[in-house]
Design a protein around this ligand. Structure first.
Ligand SMILES: C[S@@+](CC[C@H](N)C(=O)[O-])C[C@H]1O[C@@H](n2cnc3c(N)ncnc32)[C@H](O)[C@@H]1O
Length: 200
């Protein structure tokens, strides 16, 4: 899997990738609604080269962790935003070697939906739950059940709000959910479901 994603990012113009956002508006809106302290520990799961990091740094957040299975992906991000206030970890969210804890916000856009096996989804959930502190928040944005069956040539497990509520379980309270149609650089549309949870 790592080699797939390294190939996807290696030497690529990231603005052409099928999930590139010039400004990640729905995420900005959700994170803004939380009024987080700038010192909040924000963990970006499967960060890739997301422009959300640029936005968070501009807003003054200073404890960001960008995690991705692909070093090539994080190299793009590092070259663009540098290393001040961002910690980079190359790791697989389904079997993490790094220990991550006391996270105020776990953020995942277009990553969980690649976990097509129940076992991997459960492993992801365990890592997430160990990382997020009580009262912390989780944002998950995934391909919706109305959306495409593949992303980056890989099968995806699609979600609606209720499926994400079930995935997160009783420890997590749903605060917000909405559908969003993302337009790819190619002009194709990709329906997503966005959810925001709070750990009880
Ligand atoms: C579709 S991209 C989305 C990137 C970013 N979240 C965004 O919104 O621009 C999926 C990202 O998840 C990463 N990824 C896929 N499976 C992963 C895993 N098991 N652990 C960590 N990262 C993973 C890929 O390398 C890729 O950067």
């Amino acid at each position: 899997m790592q080699s797939h994603w390294d190939r996807v990012y290696d030497g690529k113009d990231i603005t052409k990738l099928g999930w590139y956002q010039k400004k990640p508006q729905p995420s900005i809106k959700l994170i803004g609604s939380l009024n987080l302290d700038k010192k909040s520990r924000i963990f970006i799961a499967g960060a890739g080269a997301t422009t959300l990091v640029d936005h968070l740094l501009q807003e003054g957040y200073n404890s960001i962790t960008a995690c991705d299975i692909s070093k090539k992906a994080l190299d793009h991000l590092k070259a663009r935003v540098g290393e001040d206030n961002v910690n980079y970890i190359v790791d697989d969210l389904t079997c993490m070697n790094h220990s991550v804890n006391d996270i105020d916000l776990w953020y995942d856009r277009a990553v969980l939906h690649f976990l097509t096996e129940e076992e991997k989804r459960m492993a992801y959930w365990e890592h997430m739950d160990n990382a997020v502190k009580n009262g912390g928040h989780v944002i998950i944005a995934a391909f919706s059940t109305e959306g495409a069956r593949k992303c980056s040539g890989l099968d995806v497990h699609r979600y609606n709000k209720d499926m994400l509520v079930e995935f997160m379980g009783e420890k997590y309270e749903l605060l917000k959910a909405f559908d969003h149609i993302y337009t790819m650089p190619s002009g194709d549309k990709r329906p997503y479901v966005y959810t925001l949870f709070r750990k009880r």
